[in-house]
Design a protein around this ligand. Structure first.
Ligand SMILES: Cc1cc2nc3c(=O)[nH]c(=O)nc-3n(C[C@H](O)[C@H](O)[C@H](O)COP(=O)(O)O)c2cc1C
Length: 359
């Protein structure tokens, strides 16, 4: 096996990423209940960085008090978080990867019990999985959360993030605004469903200057009335126009969770066709995620110009040295796609992996 394209560095807005392998955002529920960095998180990301991915994106960090997507997620809702995040980003950088921060607001895909605040969304329609009827955001609420994204971006930049990813995928708040599945508004945020997101990108850009921005989207939501590739092929260039430097292609929502973290049976590279179709309509690099199980396969899809970066999550969770060992042609602890890491489905409190008991 000769690896060509995947080991080529790529510069994104002046930031050098040493290869095309990404550890994408993976919320492990290892933070403190208040959203601070823990030793366990530092250990996890140190190993992943030593493992060799060019870009490591932290699990979604909640920007607002009402926007947490889990009980122990990282938060960036106050300056107090900067110090811990400095340690987190340093440990990633010192071990050779570019540290990126993913910023998220959960929208209707959370619960008031979890956040201690009312659930908010573009329209008062419950998520079919979480089932709590959200409050419809008014203009002041929209502005508050957009400003929270900008403030969160300022904080993670100050803490040393080399890239900032805005989570517009999976039906969380930004994704909720983008989609007819959850956005039934008749105001300007309903007639132009991309407006909530493009305004956030512009506000974030004002705070962070030249730091690159990745926008993660579900290129197809795989739900009735939800986003389809036809729509997201129109959306992606709008995000680039607003300031996105990378489009990160994923798929699904809580109501189609098998696409958020695809099962083994769905096949290798289940969303490569989506990444390729988005890449055709934008002039910035694309990240593709979903059942990319070997560097050989990742190299192939990059060589075929279907994507610029390959995100590999669960295989790196199961063996944090997956990249290095694969390059050196050593055996890896292979992910069996047992589903144990999907702790929220099995009622467990955080991510675990039978293949990687040291997590
Ligand atoms: C437990 C778990 C947590 C995840 N957390 C996030 C997250 O915080 N943000 C995000 O954008 N994607 C998240 N994802 C999705 C992953 O980034 C990735 O797209 C998905 O696991 C598919 O890639 P893989 O087949 O290489 O695992 C998560 C997935 C799992 C299983």
């Amino acid at each position: 096996m000769i690896l060509n394209d995947i080991l080529e560095p790529l510069h994104v807005k002046g930031v050098k990423i040493k290869n095309r392998i990404v550890f994408p955002a993976f919320q492990a529920n290892y933070a403190t209940p208040e959203g601070f960095v823990t030793d366990r998180l530092l250990r996890m990301y140190e190993k992943l960085a030593r493992g060799g991915s060019g870009l490591i994106i932290t699990g979604g960090m909640a920007v607002s008090d009402d926007g947490s997507q889990g009980t122990k997620v990282l938060k960036v809702n106050s300056d107090e978080h900067i110090e811990g995040l400095k340690k987190l980003f340093s440990v990633i950088r010192e071990n050779g990867s570019v540290p990126a921060a993913q910023l998220v607001h959960a929208g209707r895909q959370t619960s008031s019990v979890m956040t201690g605040h009312p659930v908010v969304a573009p329209s008062p329609i419950p998520c079919p999985v979480m089932k709590e009827t959200p409050r419809e955001l008014d203009d002041a609420g929209i502005k508050r959360i957009q400003d929270d994204f900008a403030e969160g971006a300022r904080r993670v930049k100050k803490a040393g993030a080399g890239l900032i990813e805005l989570h517009g995928a999976f039906g969380y708040l930004i994704g909720g605004f983008l989609s007819g599945f959850s956005n039934k508004r008749s105001d300007k945020y309903g007639t132009d469903k991309s407006l909530f997101f493009t305004e956030i990108i512009e506000k974030v850009r004002q705070e962070i200057g030249d730091t690159p921005i990745s926008c993660r989207i579900s290129a197809d939501e795989y739900v009735n009335g939800g986003l389809t590739l036809n729509e997201t092929r129109k959306l992606a260039p709008q995000l680039v126009k607003a300031g996105a430097d990378i489009i990160s292609v994923a798929a699904g929502t809580y109501a189609s969770i098998n696409h958020m973290a695809p099962t083994k049976e769905m096949g290798e590279g289940v969303h490569v066709h989506l990444a390729g179709a988005i890449r055709d309509v934008v002039d910035v690099p694309v990240i593709c995620a979903g059942n990319i199980r070997s560097l050989h396969y990742a190299d192939k899809i990059i060589g075929e110009h279907k994507t610029d970066f390959a995100a590999i999550a669960r295989p790196q969770l199961s063996d944090p040295f997956f990249v290095k060992k694969s390059i050196e042609k050593r055996p890896v602890e292979e992910c069996t796609y047992c589903g144990k890491c999907m702790y929220f489905l099995s009622g467990e409190s955080c991510v675990s992996c039978p293949r990687n008991p040291e997590l």
